[in-house]
Design a protein. Structure first.
Length: 169
């Protein structure tokens, strides 16, 4: 299982090349011997003192994943990825789907505004997850009990104001 969590606070380090490199590294951790493609890429990298580009990394990732009967790929909070990088990552997902060298199982989580993902990666299954008032009330109460620095009598008003706005969102 390979995963990547996208964090809006760390967008600078979430370039598509870094994401693919990280996924490739995790994939290679489960093999006993490095494939020749990877060794050649490394030798070339050392010789030229240059970092491989995204197309090269994607090609190597697809090649290496063909050695597995299934590859599970989880991309969490994909909507937090910068749009330029997101296009490259979605392109990689399309390449994985088109390559059909292995049975890639891809799970992406995102807020609903990335609707074009569904079109690009057809067929997909979409599961809508909605906040429930009780869950939000419990979470806000828990956080306020640990962090609240204001008048105690205002806590219930804060919980009510926030929880009342989330149903169905």
């Amino acid at each position: 299982m390979l995963y990547c969590y996208f964090d809006y606070k760390n967008q600078g380090n979430q370039r598509a090349e870094n994401v693919v490199s990280s996924l490739l590294k995790r994939l290679l951790c489960s093999v006993s011997e490095l494939p020749r493609d990877v060794e050649s890429l490394y030798d070339d990298f050392v010789r030229r003192a240059a970092i491989p580009d995204l197309s090269c990394l994607s090609r190597i990732f697809i090649s290496c994943s063909s050695n597995f009967s299934s590859v599970y790929l989880i991309l969490d909070a994909l909507d937090e990825c910068q749009s330029k990088q997101l296009k490259s990552i979605v392109s990689l997902l399309g390449q994985l789907k088109a390559a059909q060298v292995t049975r890639h199982k891809i799970l992406c989580t995102s807020r609903p505004h990335l609707e074009y993902l569904c079109v690009t990666l057809q067929p997909v299954a979409i599961l809508d997850i909605e906040a429930h008032t009780d869950d939000v009330e419990n979470y806000i109460t828990w956080r306020l009990n640990d962090e609240w620095l204001f008048a105690e009598e205002l806590k219930s008003e804060v919980v009510e104001a926030i929880a009342g706005r989330v149903e169905g969102k």
